[in-house]
Write a protein that binds this ligand. Sequence first.
Ligand SMILES: [Zn+2]
Ligand SMILES: [Zn+2]
Length: 282
Amino acid sequence: MTPRRRNRRRLLLRRRRPHLGPTVASRWPPLPLSLRHPLPLPSPVFKDPGSVPENWRPAVTEEENLEAGGSSSSIMTSSDHVAPDALVPTWSSDGLERKQAGYCAHCQNGKPPRCHHCSICQRCILKMDHHCVWVVNCVGAHNYKFFLLFLVYTFLETTMDTLVLLPNFIQFFSEAMNHSSSPGNLAIIFLAFVLNLAFALSLLCFIIMHASLVSSNTTSVEVYEKKKTIRWRYDLGRKKNFEQVFGTKKVLWLLPLFSKEDLENIPALQGLEFPTRSDVEA
Ligand SMILES: [Zn+2]
Ligand SMILES: [Zn+2]
């Protein structure tokens, strides 16, 4: 190949390459990088949100059993079978729901407090927050922390992408004015920047919303219910509410892990029982 032809070939190749700068071109694909991030993404996808154990029934205290006309010697436990009617929520004199356990006609099984039946998953999910189409899974008691970490890490990554692409986006306008780049290259730069920015802003809104939910110990499906009450029964104070989701070990707060002690000592992480304000104040 003659030097002239070699130079011409090099010029042609350079024209075909997107104008993303020498270091960026090979490393930064146009789509948000979070879509292919290996670590936080699989956690909420594969982690089970939490199912109700087969034949689950709520534990009935001696006091409740006596009120219901039972004898003191026949205290019911979570393994005892209770008629579905007995699991319908009851209301105390102050108007607060006292026993939130119910019965799911679809699963034909008891329903612990804060549990909801997901029509997409076709099963009851413990402390169900919502069914997320992005992770193709329900978000519940067992994977809520994983989901929140997924939001935070994806937000950080898309924000970083946006900042790295910003100089190229500014350059995009000057090249568009001068017609110095091909329409395909301009479209790639434009799409990459706008998509990353849109993802980052949407995730930020979502993070703010969930931070507010965590601080008041509320799930997305309980927001309407909470509005109807004066004092939300699961609100134990910000610190305790945070620990109900993230655990007490600071070193594990940013990791999709729980310590053994937290799993044993925080019943909310198991998703079957939840302390209420009255438990804390008593
Ligand atoms: Zn169900
Ligand atoms: Zn679901």
